[in-house]
Design a protein around this ligand. Structure first.
Ligand code: 5GP
Ligand code: MN
Length: 332
């Protein structure tokens, strides 16, 4: 973080403020962990913070401390708009462009109060007054730990805040396996464990919560997988019909994209999921090594993200989307 931004944010926080904290739409473990971690920290500093998520967060995160207090903008827009308009400061966490908040963007762009961004995605937009943006970090939660340290608040990190931060670090690092996991990450985690978090229990809560339906859906996804060894690529499709058959609930498709990468020799994996209501195909991309899926998602599928994990969408139907994808990979 640069010194001016640290000074500016400290200045903002010298007197009690109403503070809106916002994760991206369809928040993941890092988005929820970082927003709730910051929420608990700002509470301890004597502010009046509130987390307002653009849409519903998945069940596998509903145990996070404070999640019961999170407002969901798209469930009650009138209240959401009023809350945002009453904020003195807006923190946006784990995203780099206001359109990642969906409909909430229309309200956010009208606000005149200072914005603070904490984020690790590439090519951040310039909406924020104070920016802590660094793509070398594996998670926004790891950045939040540093942010709290810069605010001279490390001693205020308790088990609750630590649990939130640990959640984002674990989920965004693929349980410490992605290359962005550094010695600094592990040092922070060591501190969190010393603060008394039940790290093993967090893993259980995050990952051992499958329903039978979800496992069946996973089976379907694996059956649908297509592999192109000569292009080191594998992809999965899931149609709305297949989702319905297995009583899909939010979060059920989380992580499925990674199975492609687990095949020996595959360095590029994708999953295409039909969203009939929104009339789009939502796509997730993952890669190993230097293949830049952020660029791929930007170039071809209206998306973005990181070098090894990105997402995007297609407005064509599944068949045409797949045809387009196959043509692109064959031309790479
Ligand atoms: P996921 O595949 O897990 O949804 O997303 C992987 C990464 O890509 C995340 O960091 C996420 O923020 C980013 N991402 C996912 N979908 C989109 C999208 O439609 N646009 C942009 N710019 N980034 C995305
Ligand atoms: Mn993240």
């Amino acid at each position: 973080m640069n010194k001016d931004d640290i000074k500016g944010i400290r200045q903002l926080l010298t007197s009690p403020k109403r503070i809106a904290i916002i994760p991206h739409r369809s928040p993941d473990g890092d988005a929820m962990g970082s927003t709730l971690g910051l929420y608990h920290f700002l509470l301890k500093l004597g502010h009046n913070p509130f987390v307002i998520a653009p849409n519903e967060f998945p069940d596998f995160l509903a145990w996070l401390p404070g999640s019961e207090k999170v407002s969901v903008f798209e469930k009650d827009k009138e209240t959401g708009i009023r809350m945002l308009q009453e904020a003195d400061i807006v923190f946006t966490l784990d995203f780099n462009a206001l359109h990642r908040t969906g409909e909430m963007e229309h309200t956010l762009v009208t606000l005149k109060v200072p914005f603070v961004m904490i984020d690790h995605h590439q090519k951040p937009d310039s909406y924020a007054t104070f920016m802590y943006s660094d793509t070398t970090f594996g998670s926004t939660c790891e950045m939040l730990y540093n942010f709290i340290r810069e605010m001279d608040g490390e001693h205020l990190i308790d088990r609750t805040i630590a649990t939130c931060i640990y959640t984002g670090i674990v989920t965004d690092s693929g349980s410490f396996r992605y290359p962005s996991t550094t010695s600094a990450t592990h040092r922070i985690v060591a501190n969190l464990i010393e603060l008394g978090i039940d790290n093993s229990e967090v893993h259980t809560l995050l990952f051992d919560n499958n329903s039978f339906d979800r496992l069946q859906l996973m089976g379907q996804a694996l059956q649908n997988m297509k592999v192109f060894p000569e292009h080191k690529t594998a992809y999965i499709t899931l149609s709305q019909k297949e989702l319905d058959q297995h009583h899909y609930v939010k979060g059920d498709t989380e992580g499925l994209v990674n199975y492609g990468l687990s095949i020996k020799g595959i360095i590029f994996a994708a999953i295409f999921i039909e969203h009939r209501e929104e009339n789009i195909i939502k796509i997730s991309f993952r890669s190993q090594g230097n293949f830049d899926v952020n660029q791929f998602a930007r170039d071809h599928f209206n998306g973005g993200g990181h070098i090894n994990a990105a997402g995007g969408k297609s407005y064509q139907n599944m068949r045409d989307t797949i045809k387009k994808f196959e043509n692109i990979i064959k031309s790479l």
